[in-house]
Design a protein around this ligand. Structure first.
Ligand code: FES
Ligand code: FES
Length: 167
């Protein structure tokens, strides 16, 4: 089977029951995406598939054959960080760092969803042409990503900064 992972084509033969998360970690040795709960509850395994965020622990690798997968390793690199990676550093948006790759991948997908005008359950006016990323919107849209260290205020600040939103 083949996938495009972080802009490079990779080919592996894996058991049909292999999750996308296990493909990344066990077969491709990309350890950025974390296995927290392994049941879709914590968001530590969040990655982007064709630019949209998913929980990779709930996805089978075979389902995503041929798709473009981006992990935290593909978003930026030392010396050329993604704006969200930079913002997390500047705002101290982590403590142990375990949830951070998932937070940043999730925030990347979330900002794209908001730019497309997708509403959330915190959106007041469903007919508004643009989503205003208030703190309530950011919190709601990031609610699938749990931080055990409770670095939420700094995570919010980092995302708010990149979104260009005002507190
Ligand atoms: S490890 Fe996938 S949601 Fe927790
Ligand atoms: S920084 Fe430790 S779990 Fe979020």
């Amino acid at each position: 089977m083949r996938w495009i992972v972080n802009r490079r084509e990779v080919e592996r033969e894996v058991d049909m029951r292999t999750s996308l998360l296990d493909l990344l970690r066990e077969h491709l040795h990309l350890f950025g995406a974390k296995k927290g709960c392994n049941q879709g509850a914590c968001g530590a395994c969040t990655i982007l598939v064709d630019g949209e965020r998913i929980n990779s622990c709930l996805a089978l690798a075979v389902q995503y054959e041929g798709r473009e997968i981006t992990t935290i390793e593909g978003l930026g690199e030392p010396g050329a960080l993604h704006p969200l990676q930079q913002a997390f550093v500047e705002h101290d948006g982590f403590q142990c760092g375990y949830c951070t790759p998932g937070q940043i991948c999730s925030a990347t997908g979330m900002l794209d969803e908001a730019a497309k005008g997708w509403p959330s359950s915190a959106t007041g006016d469903l007919n508004a042409a643009e989503v205003s990323l208030t703190d309530a919107e950011i919190r709601e849209r990031m609610s699938g990503n749990i931080c055990r260290c409770s670095a939420y205020p700094q995570i919010l600040e980092a995302i708010r900064d990149v979104a260009g939103a005002v507190a």
